[in-house]
Design a protein around this ligand. Structure first.
Ligand SMILES: [Fe+2]
Ligand SMILES: [Fe+2]
Length: 389
């Protein structure tokens, strides 16, 4: 069998020849065999359609013009060559209107048929090559796409692994940060606790030195917290106040115990010495980096100032006095008057209430005084709870 081979493909071409009146002799067909490996001749038009339904031919050399349309409908790719007498102009023009590849003039001789089939076979091979090349390209494209998809899958898996690793590292990091934060939090708490303890000790020293009653600074701290809360301070400010308010008399450590313990009235000189304690306390604490100690310095400095400006050491008034000091002042006086001292008996609750009513907006902040009086039972509960032994 004859096969046409080029660099890539091998094609076997076939041709169907209508030879109605045996005008194309076997002799004429000999060169055709150089170009078509399969040649079939048919006489009657009736068989042609049936044959084409069963077999694929690359080319048909046709005599019956009436068959052209049916053949084209049956096979879009087949090359249709139709014979035409050289003188038959009418048939020629009719053929020009039809969907065929070539008009082949009669009579056909051996050379002209050889040339016609040679050109036809080249065209058909080119068409087939084109189709095969396209198929190959499609396959390569599809293979390439598969590779890309596979590669992407691999990359996707690697990415997933990487994400897992990252999540693990993130968890470790978060855990580390959490632990470090907890450590800082605990350290901070320890530091606060240490400061609180230091301040309590300082408060106790001042209390002891001043010969104050045993629970005075504890009660002042509790009263201050209650009054501050009722006034509207936030939790952080209340924490500061609770720790700093007991320090109000720390400056008294610079005043002689003889003066502080004197059961009778003080001379003017002695009282002038006592009156230095707010300034002394302030000087003692003002340069501290601790927020608690700085607030203690302010409270110490201003707890003998009065709302109407008649207090000491600076005679400042109203809201010039820190709210923390104004609160401490109310609580300190409330506790001092209600407690037993070397030189006096404790005041009754009624006398205390009357005193605060009278001193509202004079000695004390009027708003704080109102709050104290409106909530006086709460203060009496603290007074009872922490009463002196
Ligand atoms: Fe004081
Ligand atoms: Fe006090």
């Amino acid at each position: 069998m004859f096969t046409i081979i080029n660099d890539f493909f091998a094609f076997e071409l076939s041709v169907l020849i209508q030879n109605r009146d045996n005008s194309i002799s076997d002799d004429i067909l000999i060169p055709a065999k150089n170009h078509f490996s399969h040649i079939k001749q048919v006489g009657s038009s009736e068989n042609i359609i049936e044959i084409l339904k069963q077999y694929n031919y690359d080319l048909i050399l046709l005599d019956d013009i009436e068959l052209i349309q049916s053949i084209r409908e049956l096979d879009k790719n087949i090359e249709i060559y139709c014979t035409c007498d050289y003188e038959d102009k009418e048939r020629f023009f009719e053929l020009m209107q039809l969907d065929i590849e070539c008009v082949t003039y009669l009579p056909i001789d051996r050379t002209s048929l050889s040339n016609i089939f040679k050109r036809a076979s080249k065209r058909i091979i080119m068409k087939k090559e084109n189709i095969e090349l396209n198929k190959k390209l499609d396959i390569r494209y599809s293979e390439r796409m598969q590779k890309i998809i596979h590669h992407s899958d691999r990359q996707g898996k690697q990415l997933k692994e990487l994400n897992k690793e990252l999540s693990k590292h993130k968890e470790i990091l978060e855990h580390g940060i959490k632990e470090a934060t907890n450590d800082i939090f605990e350290l901070n708490n320890e530091l606060k606790f240490a400061q609180f303890e230091t301040l309590e000790i300082l408060g106790a020293i001042s209390e002891n030195h001043s010969l104050e009653t045993s629970n005075h600074i504890k009660r002042v701290s509790e009263y201050s917290c209650l009054l501050g809360e009722l006034y509207g301070l936030n939790t952080y400010e209340l924490d500061l106040l609770k720790i700093a308010s007991p320090m109000h008399d720390i400056g008294k450590i610079a005043v002689s115990r003889d003066i502080l313990a004197k059961p009778s009235s003080l001379t003017k000189e002695e009282f002038d010495i006592v009156k230095t304690h707010p300034q002394v306390g302030y000087e003692l604490l003002k340069n501290s980096k601790s927020e608690f100690l700085q607030l203690s310095a302010t409270i110490s400095y201003e707890h003998h100032e009065k709302w109407d400006g008649t207090g000491y050491p600076r005679g400042i008034k109203g809201e010039e006095i820190s709210i923390f000091a104004r609160i401490t002042t109310v609580c300190d006086v409330f506790d001092a008057l209600g407690a037993t001292r070397a030189y006096k008996k404790p005041w009754s609750n009624e006398k205390l209430i009357a005193f605060f009513r009278e001193q509202k907006a004079k000695h004390f902040d009027p708003i704080l005084t109102d709050i104290l009086l409106e909530n006086i039972e709460g203060f009496f509960v603290i007074k009872e709870k922490y009463k002196d032994n």
